[in-house]
Design a protein around this ligand. Structure first.
Ligand code: ADP
Ligand code: MG
Length: 454
């Protein structure tokens, strides 16, 4: 079961934190409510305990509620020794806990560690997220509080956590003296419950009332959890009264979160509520381009055939995390097999992802739309005539078939009056080039693509 917890942690913490801190842990065993792990070094044990201890414990406790503690043992020590006697092995012992005042000053960000990749620089802005981005930027300036709270919401993988971290990074650079606390609602609850259990409510209240900026990610988590909500409400009010900035994210709008007290709901709505819309093609392409530049620096020997990123942006519409995952896998795979990234390689490497996100656009539908658009007959579109009036729309239709369906080149060829696959390939390439040189063609293709997507 550690395996499934690990998977969840990799989701929650992001690939780099996961790789550096969680992956090297090995699960030793469970006894007397203590889950034991072996770590390569004691430094690492301390770091993981301080930064990820509560996340790991919360996840373990969800599966096995008898687990009350986790302990990390550096390799070479006797993991069987009763940990109760070793004070530092407790994950969050109140006294050694980093929430002492000077620690708060020196290390203001002791919520979840910030992901290095989640900066404003790495955030690609498009129509669907421009408002959320602008609002996040404004808050990150750290000027006088204008809207409080800032409430960001949107579906999975649309960049809420990324924006929250970006705000925290920016504030950290611009206003290093500010005490910024960035944590998930789950962590908030866990700390609250722990404070209750350890009779440390005063410390808890003091800590949360001493922050200058509070960010709570995935606030929908506290819905239905009455005492946590109650405490959150008081924390919230205390901070707003002191004109401290609060930033909240959720997977849906305040009035769509069920089992949330009304007074909290209206508090959440009292500032600025902005949503992240589902991505559109341009945004997905922008994100892929930005990511693939990074990868091209990492793997300078790999070349990417033109049209690949467009293909992925058109085909993987679900969420950005999956889009990124696809690109990561593609580069890793290509570098392993030592081959350039071609369309064939892409199809081979991403079969599963592409199958799931397959669009229901048929070749016939594409042909119909293209013929209508250019006011030509279907028979001419697929017929033998090679005059430009027919040939160009034909190539555009082939290009769209390649982009929007999973049909192979020979199959597409068969639908165009039994043309050879090399002819189809030539057509597809021609449009890829023309799109760059001829604004009219680029616009036509874009219009048609959108019409077919709808
Ligand atoms: P959420 O918290 O909304 O579920 P995340 O912030 O975790 O989503 O984003 C999922 C992944 O997608 C992250 O790796 C993030 O960097 C990436 N991502 C999302 N939107 C963008 C964007 N506009 N530009 C760059 N990367 C993005
Ligand atoms: Mg998130």
């Amino acid at each position: 079961q550690w395996g499934s917890i690990r998977d969840e942690l990799s989701e929650t913490l992001g690939a780099s934190s996961f790789k550096n801190w969680i992956k090297p842990l090995s699960f030793v065993g469970l006894e007397d409510g203590i889950a034991r792990f072996q770590v390569p070094t004691s430094f690492m044990g301390n770091y993981v305990s301080q930064n990820f201890g509560d996340v790991i414990l919360t996840k373990i406790a969800k599966i096995d509620s008898s687990v009350r503690r986790i302990a990390f043992h550096p390799v070479g020590t006797d993991a069987a020794k009763p940990v109760a006697k070793k004070k530092e092995a407790k994950p969050m012992p109140p006294k050694e806990h980093p929430y002492s005042d000077d620690r708060v000053q020196n290390d203001p960000l002791h919520g979840l560690p910030l992901d290095k990749r989640f900066t404003f620089d790495n955030f690609v802005v498009g129509k669907p997220n421009e408002l959320a981005h602008a609002a996040a930027k404004r808050v990150a300036e750290g000027g006088p509080v204008t809207f409080n709270p800032l409430f960001l919401y949107g579906g999975v993988g649309l960049g809420k956590t990324h924006l929250m971290h970006a705000i925290a990074w920016e504030l950290r650079t611009r206003h290093p003296h500010l005490n910024v606390l960035n944590l998930s609602a789950e962590q908030f609850m866990y700390r609250f419950v722990q404070a209750l259990r350890d009779r440390k409510m005063m410390d808890f209240k003091e800590l949360f009332r001493s922050v200058d900026v509070l960010m709570v990610d995935d606030v929908q988590f506290i819905a239905g959890k009455d005492s946590t909500q109650e405490e959150f409400f008081h924390t919230f009010n205390a901070l707003v009264d002191q004109h401290k900035q609060i930033i909240i994210s959720a997977d849906r709008a305040p009035d769509e979160i069920k089992d949330l007290e009304n007074r909290i709901r209206s508090r959440l709505q009292s500032g600025l509520v902005v949503d992240l819309h589902p991505t559109d093609y341009e945004l997905r392409l922008g994100i892929l381009q930005s990511k693939s530049e990074t990868y091209s620096r990492m793997y300078p020997e790999l070349s990417v055939e033109p049209g690949i990123l467009e293909f992925l942006a058109a085909r993987i519409v679900s969420n950005v995390r999956i889009l990124e995952g696809a690109l990561t896998r593609l580069f890793a795979f290509a570098s392993l097999v030592g081959k350039p990234i071609t369309m064939d390689l892409t199809q081979e490497c991403l079969t599963d992802i592409l199958r799931v996100s397959e669009r229901k656009v048929s070749i016939e539908e594409i042909q119909r739309k293209v013929a209508d658009h250019y006011l030509i007959r279907h028979t001419d579109l697929v017929g033998p005539k090679r005059v430009r009036t027919f040939a160009r729309p034909r190539q555009i239709a082939m290009y769209l078939c390649k982009l929007l369906t999973t049909r192979s080149l020979p199959e597409i060829g068969r639908h165009f009056g039994g043309r050879d696959h090399t002819t189809v390939m030539h057509g597809v390439r021609r449009i890829e080039e023309l799109k760059k040189q001829d604004a009219q063609i680029a616009e036509d293709v874009e219009l048609l693509r959108r019409a077919l997507e709808a």
